[in-house]
Design a protein around this ligand. Sequence first.
Ligand code: 13P
Length: 242
Amino acid sequence: MFVAGNWKMNKTVKETKDFFNEFNKLVSKTKNEILICPSFPCIPAAKQFASKKVFIGAQDAFFEEKGEFTGKVSFLQLKDFCDFVLLGHSDQRHKFSESNQSINKKIKTALKFNFNVILCVGETLEEKEEEKTNLVLSEQLSDSLKGIFFNSKLFVAYEPVWVIGTGKTAKQNDVFEAHSFIRSQLTELFGEKANSTKILYGGSVKPENCKEIFSIKNVDGVLVGGASLNPKTFAQIANTAK
Ligand code: 13P
């Protein structure tokens, strides 16, 4: 399983160091792959203090390489620190109005710089209630991946917006259906090779529910927010076998 943590806008450099001092020991025997995505200022510290087992990633980056883009960080600048990036997270889509077109440009630049990309997709509560989940997922995938060929560095994370940060989890069948649908869309875009694309589930993943989530077909791992901030709870998830 691939177990990724998204720290969002949390933790200082000192808190990052303290986290890894504890976390490294707790996951020394895990067979799962682990990724942590801190915010930009903590990425160098994470790289320094995380054990070699743990991949480090960014939560976003801009599609231009350099220039007059105040406040932005490029993949060229990030390359020295990490080789994973989350793109299209629902915070970016819904709190900062990011479009699929912008995400598409970012994915292209990220792959050009050899980053592993976790493309996040997912429907809002309103869209779910209007039974538009598949429509939204298909639009997000086809528009974000326009002009992109199969790439083994591309992952997809299904994160239903109505579950994120609520403590609730999506029903097992909702996750099963969304992941099957995503797999079929990826197969339409990339052919049979898409069977190897990792599809992660995100939304209130906790030590108590991760085993059940791991058992769902087409779930290749998880993307964890809140529960990744605590070294003990995140290690419990990272140590859970399928
Ligand atoms: P929670 O695990 O806190 O619901 O967050 C999920 C998420 O947004 C991960 O990217």
